[in-house]
Ligand binder design. Structure first.
Ligand code: ADP
Length: 234
């Protein structure tokens, strides 16, 4: 007889759990997670927002947020099988005292692997945000991700199109390096919203590398405005 799945648990005192996912790595999922979390906490100063890097195999949030403290774990590369990932996810999410949060943003690893499966089985999630560039190769996997969430009953809140346009700061010419409307087309195909469109912009990249995400300096710059729009739409 098939083993029954554990019941999804609500994370105590957390109102909204939002996962940020992508099909491929390197499309800007962590950058989006960080800036979405900051934008959400800036829209309403009373909002408490948490951010968790659930990519136990390759975390990038500490660098992007300029966190210096070392986790109290050994630093060996993680080589874990599915059940160990499941147990880590369970403990990280359900045994952390988050305090009262309006939003908890979970930055997932790319793809549709053990972490995604574990979260969808164990945790009550309010919705998924899927990040992709407009490039075919990224879209194919993003679509699989979106379909996985729909299949397991996690609403797809929408798609974020990242790096769709680069505007030359000198001459103003716009170039669609990774394609133009691929994400919008996919959104239409699978019947979900486009939450926002973030340009390919050097300031966004520098912000990530220096641990000073563009949204930290307020939401009025054009770069931050792109993330504000996503925050308003989730
Ligand atoms: P993922 O989490 O999907 O692996 P990251 O958020 O780590 O992707 O982004 C990959 C790289 O692209 C990083 O160097 C990041 O700074 C950069 N990046 C992400 N989004 C943008 C953007 N809109 N403009 C410029 N650089 C970006």
């Amino acid at each position: 007889m098939a083993k029954s799945l554990p019941k999804r648990q609500k994370i105590q005192d957390v109102d909204n759990v939002i996962v940020v996912a992508s099909g491929k790595g390197g499309v800007g999922k962590s950058t989006t997670s960080v800036n979405l979390a900051i934008a959400l906490s800036n829209i309403d100063k009373n909002h408490s927002v948490g951010l968790l890097d659930v990519d136990v195999f390759g975390p990038s949030i500490p660098k992007m947020m300029n966190l210096q403290e070392k986790p109290q774990l050994d630093k060996n590369p993680v080589v874990w099988r599915g059940p160990m990932v499941m147990s880590a996810v369970q403990r990280l999410l359900l045994r952390t005292s988050w305090g009262a949060l309006d939003y908890l943003i979970l930055d997932l690893p790319p793809g549709t692997g053990d972490t995604q499966l574990s979260i969808s089985q164990l945790i009550e999630v309010n919705g998924a945000v899927i990040v992709s560039t407009p490039q075919d190769i990224a879209l194919i996997d993003a679509r699989k991700g979106a379909e996985m969430f729909q299949k397991v009953g996690i609403p797809v809140l929408g798609l974020v199109q990242n790096m769709s346009v680069f505007q030359c700061p000198k001459c103003g010419h716009k170039e669609h390096i990774f394609g133009e409307n691929g994400v919008a087309k996919m959104a239409e195909d699978i019947g979900v919203e486009i939450l926002g469109d973030v340009p390919l912009d050097q300031r966004i990249r520098i912000g990530s590398d220096e641990g000073q995400p563009v949204t930290l300096e307020g939401l009025s710059s054009p770069q931050a405005a792109a993330y504000l729009k996503i925050a308003e739409n989730v």
